[in-house]
Design a protein around this ligand. Structure first.
Ligand code: FES
Length: 203
């Protein structure tokens, strides 16, 4: 298997490591670098990170597995995260999740056979005021009913959209006709990386 950190990726990793007084402090940015590119963090990439920042592979795995945002198995093109928190559950998120799974014929936390969607039930997404909340590739949708949720995913699928982009913030409350257009437009350069957003951009 070819290495992940080669060429430009290796240069970016070295530059990132140089931003920190201790190499090991770059562990999370390096993990994100892998996941942003591949959609998950393979074991081999964790070994590479360990070598780059002088940790053991077990230490990298131990850190990565602490955070629920990191995935260790290949996933579909789009990650659909339905909030299973109490507010969303009371307002029907489990019914929404079940409807999506049944519609696409996939098990909970599974991936559709064509690799378009991977589903997950997540903890409170901190959007309780807009429950039930759904994220598609970390883009929020609020007040999503079962039929609306299925329609949203069908729209994404039928348009063959590349990764729905992670521009955090409520896009639709409830889903509006402009929702998928907003997705299609993609991220603005300023907000391409959700972790780089200013608080103003997230309000
Ligand atoms: S319970 Fe769903 S966003 Fe908080």
């Amino acid at each position: 298997m070819s290495k992940f950190f080669e060429g430009e990726r290796l240069e970016a990793a070295v530059a990132k490591i140089a931003e920190y007084p201790q190499k090991r402090s770059a562990i999370l940015p390096l993990l994100h670098m892998v996941q942003d590119d591949l959609g998950y963090v393979p074991r081999d990439a964790m070994r590479e990170i360990a070598a780059l920042i002088d940790l053991t592979p077990a230490e990298v795995l131990g850190t990565a597995s602490f955070y629920t945002m990191f995935r260790f198995e290949e996933r579909g093109k789009h990650l659909v995260s339905v909030c299973g928190g109490i507010s969303c559950m009371l307002l029907g998120s489990h019914e929404l999740y079940r409807k999506m799974l049944d519609h696409f014929g996939v098990a909970s936390h599974g991936t559709t056979p064509d690799g378009t969607f991977t589903f997950e039930l997540m903890e409170c997404a901190a959007a309780c005021g807009g429950a039930p909340a759904v994220e598609v590739d970390y883009l929020f949708f609020e007040n999503v009913g079962p039929d609306e949720g299925v329609k949203l995913l069908e729209d994404i699928k039928s348009r063959g959209l590349e990764a729905v982009h992670a521009e955090r913030g409520s896009v639709t409350a409830p889903l509006s006709p402009g929702a998928v257009e907003a997705i299609e437009a993609g991220p603005s350069p300023r907000t391409a990386d959700p972790r780089a957003q200013s608080p103003e951009a997230m309000s």
